[in-house]
Design a protein around this ligand. Sequence first.
Ligand SMILES: C[S@@+](CC[C@H](N)C(=O)[O-])C[C@H]1O[C@@H](n2cnc3c(N)ncnc32)[C@H](O)[C@@H]1O
Length: 322
Amino acid sequence: MQKRSLTRAVLTQDLAQLHKLFDLVDIVSTPVGPNKVKAYYNAITARTYKLLQIFRGPGLHSTLCLPAPILRNAGTSVQPLMVLEKICKSSCKSVLEIGCGQGYCTQLLAVLCPDVVFKGIDVLDQHIEVAKQCSLAKCYENTEFAVCDACTLDAFEGQTFDLIFAVEALCYLDNSQKRNDFITCASKRLNQGGYLVIIDGFRSSAFEETSPEQQMAMRIAERGFQINEMPTKSAWKSHASDLNFHMTQDLDLTAEVLPFCQQAWRVARFILNFTYLIRMAGMCSATAKKASANLLAAATTAHACRNRGAAEYGMLTLQMKN
Ligand SMILES: C[S@@+](CC[C@H](N)C(=O)[O-])C[C@H]1O[C@@H](n2cnc3c(N)ncnc32)[C@H](O)[C@@H]1O
């Protein structure tokens, strides 16, 4: 059977199929409420996390393809290994992870850099509990985790860091106020010359020029992820330059994340064939709503990333000026 590829015509077909099942106009025009992110992650059970790990590896972030396949699970290690390079190059001694989830990136780095002190924060207490239990069980003495919002950064009072990083967490700071609050706090918690590393999905800078269908795909994907509007790279750059940061690296990784998004898209397309069952499932339970959100994101993210029209993935490195 011939594999479908990502084209404008296929996107039009996919949107038509989604329209049959969901009120897309209502979905994209209804703002995501303030507690939706917590509710979304809370609804994911430990069993679902275990299942996800089998298919995409540890961590709660996307798999990046490597030039050569190493291990099945290596793809989710690419992001922390990119942070590792920064830690080694700039001889960091203290590192803070924002939105650390269940602690996978911090714990991997803590093993690789036993002389560095690692702290992790996340807004979700269930995630922090898992991270703490895992660190305790594996005796990672150089890690500490706390529940804290990125916009306040009030955990680990009085401590400063050589590097602050986030993997697929700062996309949740979906308005200018939240980003400004975060970056103001981060600038106070970084040592002079310290780094802020953001690895994430972004709204593309070409968003306004792309087709209405691709814009729609991005808006649906954002709602699926419980985000009002993902920040663009230039939004981060402008917030950062207001606060004495300068940009040292802007790396595009869209091509590396696309195979992962395409895999999810193929699975979503297959599921979308079962219109009747999806309608039946949609009528019951909050779990079905969460599954619908995942289905919407999986069905549209790859389309949004095509030619970096509406979405891109990458790494931004910002440094505090001395
Ligand atoms: C996609 S997961 C990534 C988790 C982790 N970085 C990883 O790669 O495994 C996003 C995480 O960001 C957290 N998060 C979302 N908004 C946040 C905020 N305002 N402050 C702190 N954490 C937040 C969520 O609770 C979730 O654990």
